[in-house]
Design a protein around this ligand. Structure first.
Ligand code: FAD
Length: 480
């Protein structure tokens, strides 16, 4: 690597803070760093019988004293979904047992487990997660409660892989929910943002840990969908796929890569999960692209070289899905990184891409990354974001921590939601609460019914978070 790239990366590396940010004692926050909230934090006992007793007592106390209860997984949601001022925050992390039934291949998993616990466990049994996010840092409870999706092409979100769950209601009843039992609660809790009950554990379908070969197609972003149909849809052996768009100023959202993994061998011979290499270099490349045109160009160019070299190499499914977001999560205090995601019907992919090309440069937010995912219609949850086949545009922005930058981000988000809705699309709910109540109602037409059903299962509104507190009041006023 020549002088300028090496110098740039060294600067980025040395300027980067060494440790992730941690909130002060007595204050809860989420990964955005924008939702500091004073509340009491309670860690749930690791032993499942003791934890159930403890949770029932806490719920009794909460009901008696009218204290809101917010449930926290890994806290990678960004809109205060895991906090409620003055309340109790249940940290489910210790609750992470795992058991694979080797006959049915169903995994029973405690809701506090992270994918980073699940993947090595399944790996030892030759199995892998069927649907999850693109990284391994999220909890099972948090993943189910937002109904996540990832690089699994031509699949609905995670709800489709849930066989059943045990949910603890505000009144202390423990109910098993599935497509046959307590079906309404099953549909509400998946993608229910912790507002109906505590997911204690879930039984998830798993798939074989096969060996895949990496392939890529680079081309104009305009042709991404055509390439997707040709290389992914037409080939049932493709098991993972995602797209990337160029974010440099010169070719803003004009170039794309389609990255996909084709089954090479039905069972992976790999027993261990090697650590992904070059972590410091990859982080410096990413951090060095923030607010820096040269850094963005360097990152795109290096990724092209790197991924071209990877073509034809084989990886196990577990190896690919075991990536940590520590490679790119923000550690600086004066700024934050914010995600948006818009789910656009496939036929409008290019229209929405042009909307992004037009709108984003008019705002201050610095677009760092765009990935594209394919998601099939979700028939399992009460508030589906994918009502037909959609392409998810995942946008990762760097934002300064100033009132002006926040106001600008709100304006941009509202504009993009309006454009997505015009095309019959939706936006993802776990991120910042910038949507107007009317926008939320349009994207999720059953939201009022969702709130009414919350009263049925949680009449005292024990389970709360900022998402609920904001839209409970505002959507009602907005309806008047
Ligand atoms: C860097 C990054 C990358 C991401 N990539 C993706 C992606 O590829 N695909 C995708 O779909 N999403 C993605 N997301 C969003 C992510 O999936 C959600 O934010 C998810 O909720 C994270 O899980 P968590 O454990 O951090 O949940 P938390 O943020 O802790 O919780 C999310 C919600 O779940 C509720 N909850 C948590 N545990 C329980 C429980 N046991 N019972 C009931 N409710 C519970 C909480 O109350 C809250 O409302 C990403 C987010 C980040 C920051």
């Amino acid at each position: 690597m020549g002088g300028r790239p090496a110098h740039h990366l060294w600067q980025a590396y040395t300027r980067d803070a060494p440790q992730p940010l941690t909130p002060q004692p007595g204050i809860a926050n989420d990964v955005s760093g924008l939702n500091a909230t004073a509340m009491r934090t309670v860690a749930v006992a690791a032993d499942s019988a003791a934890a159930l007793r403890q949770l029932r007592q806490l719920l009794d106390t909460a009901r008696a004293r009218h204290l809101p209860v917010a449930i926290a997984g890994a806290q990678h949601s960004m809109g205060g979904h895991t906090v409620a001022a003055g309340g109790m925050r249940l940290v489910m992390r210790p609750f992470r047992y795992l058991h694979l039934d080797t006959v049915s291949n169903l995994l029973t998993v405690g809701s506090g487990a992270h994918w980073a616990d699940v993947i090595p466990y399944l790996n030892r049994h030759g199995r892998a997660v069927a649907t999850m996010q693109s990284d391994n840092a999220f909890s099972i409870g948090g993943s189910l409660s937002v109904n996540c999706h990832g690089w699994q092409p031509n699949q609905p979100p995670i709800a489709a892989t849930v066989e059943s769950m045990r949910v603890l209601l505000a009144d202390g009843r423990l109910l098993t929910c599935s497509r046959q039992q307590n079906q309404q609660l099953f549909r509400l809790t998946l993608g229910g943002y912790g507002l109906f009950g505590i997911i204690i554990d879930a039984r998830l379908r798993t798939v074989p840990n096969a060996l895949y070969t990496y392939q890529r197609v680079a081309g104009p972003a305009e042709e991404y969908l055509v390439n997707y149909r040709r290389y992914v849809d037409a080939n049932p052996r493709v098991q993972l796929a995602y797209g990337r768009l160029n974010v440099t100023k010169e070719h803003f959202l004009e170039e794309s890569t389609l990255n996909f993994f084709v089954v090479h061998q039905a069972a992976s011979p790999y027993a261990d999960l090697p650590e992904p290499g070059l972590a410091n270099l990859k982080r410096a490349v990413f951090v060095g692209s923030k607010r820096d045109a040269y850094g963005k160009q360097l990152r795109w160019d290096l990724e092209q070289v790197f991924t071209r070299n990877e073509v034809g190499k084989t990886f196990s499914r577990n190896q690919i899905m075991n990536e940590s977001p520590a490679l790119y999560l923000n550690r600086s205090t004066g700024q934050t990184d914010i995600l948006h995601e818009y789910f656009i019907p496939a036929r409008h992919y290019n229209h929405f891409r042009r909307v992004l090309q037009r709108c984003i440069p008019r705002h201050q937010a610095d677009l760092l990354n765009v990935t594209l995912r394919n998601v099939y219609a979700d028939h399992d949850t009460f508030l589906p974001y994918a009502r037909e086949e959609v392409f998810g545009f995942v946008l990762f922005f760097n934002q300064a921590l100033t009132p002006a930058a926040e106001a600008d981000m709100i304006a941009l988000t509202r504009k993009l939601i309006t454009e997505a809705e015009r095309l019959g699309g939706t936006y993802y709910l776990p991120y910042r609460l910038h949507a107007t109540p009317a926008q939320l109602q349009r994207a999720y037409p059953r939201f009022q019914e969702f709130l009414q059903l919350k009263q049925k299962y949680d009449p005292q509104a024990v389970f709360q978070n900022q998402f609920y507190q904001q839209y409970r009041v505002e959507t009602r006023n907005d309806q008047l």
